[in-house]
Design a binder for this molecule. Sequence first.
Ligand code: HEC
Length: 127
Amino acid sequence: MKKTLFFSSLGIVMILVLGAFTVYSEQEKTIPGIPEDVNQIIQNHCYGCHNNDGKSEDAVEDLNFDEWENYNPMKKTGILNDICEVVTEGEMPPEKFLKKYPDKKLNDEQIKLICNWTKTANKRELR
Ligand code: HEC
């Protein structure tokens, strides 16, 4: 009897751990087709506004990372150029948002990573 109890509690603990893991990895949704390091920056600094459930329609219309895979090469090329431009100019993340969340500001290293990616990805799209 005691043994059964032990094994069933073990089972419950395992289910809980696995469950927590699933919920966690769902939040860390990576965008297909974007390298890991850039993906992390985008998840952290951009995705919150630029996804299917984004609150600003303008933001989602301009760029929706949930639709990234479905953009045709023409559209992707244009957006890739825009992405490098807005981060270099400091237009994204928006200033208003950064006032509230200063830690969301991109540093030079992150901006460089993003632009290196957009340039490489663009060459690939245009080939
Ligand atoms: C707080 C919400 C928010 C965050 C965070 C955010 N954006 Fe935006 N983004 C917007 C809004 C709103 C627009 C559309 C209106 C505008 O251009 O200001 C937009 C527009 C854009 C556009 C189109 C701009 C143009 O001129 O066509 C690009 C590209 C873009 N965002 C990239 C990014 C990138 C890259 C990040 C992360 C580094 C990011 N955004 C983070 C809200 C956000």
